[in-house]
Design a protein around this ligand. Structure first.
Ligand code: CA2
Length: 146
């Protein structure tokens, strides 16, 4: 089982600014944590981060027939992008959306996610641990669908 973990804009700044919202751990720490969790489950995880919507769309398209599923934190594109959910639907891969913070309890403009409807589930507000839950949800779906 091979999954692609995508992090969107500004998540390369994790651990550097706004620790009260996003914590003190870095993107590298996050990727290591996910890789360790995946290794224990026999899942191969590959990581991608970009600040550019088109690059994220390209990464999703390139996942077609190479990966079994996607875990994605689209960051601010969650609330603005139609191209990202379109790409997820186009490749037909199961995807789980994840957010470090609880987007339902922040500014009103963060309450709407255009990406949700293309995903089999969403995890929000569980900090870095939410990515592990997202991996578990994806794995369970993939095991069930054979
Ligand atoms: O809670 C999340 O994971 C978000 O996807 C993070 C996005 C935000 O636009 C979404 O509404 C919710 C922002 C990521 C910015 O990451 C930073 C990390 C460190 C310092 C500053 C920003």
């Amino acid at each position: 089982m091979k999954i692609l973990v995508i992090n969107g804009p500004n998540l390369n700044m994790l651990g550097i600014r706004e620790p009260e919202i996003y914590g003190r751990r870095t993107l590298k720490d996050l990727e290591k944590m996910i890789a360790g969790h995946c290794a224990g489950l026999g899942v191969e995880a590959v990581f991608f981060q970009s600040n550019h919507e088109g690059a994220i769309v390209d990464a999703i398209q390139e996942a077609y027939e190479k990966y079994d599923g996607i875990v994605i934190n689209p960051a601010a594109y969650t609330h603005t992008s139609i191209a990202i959910p379109d790409a997820i639907k186009a490749v037909g891969l199961p995807a789980v959306e994840v957010h470090i913070s609880d987007i339902s309890k922040r500014e009103p403009y963060r309450r709407l996610s255009y990406v949700s409807e293309a995903c089999i589930g969403t995890v929000a507000g569980l900090h870095f641990e939410g990515y592990l839950k997202a991996v578990d949800m994806l794995r369970e779906r993939l095991l069930r669908s054979g």
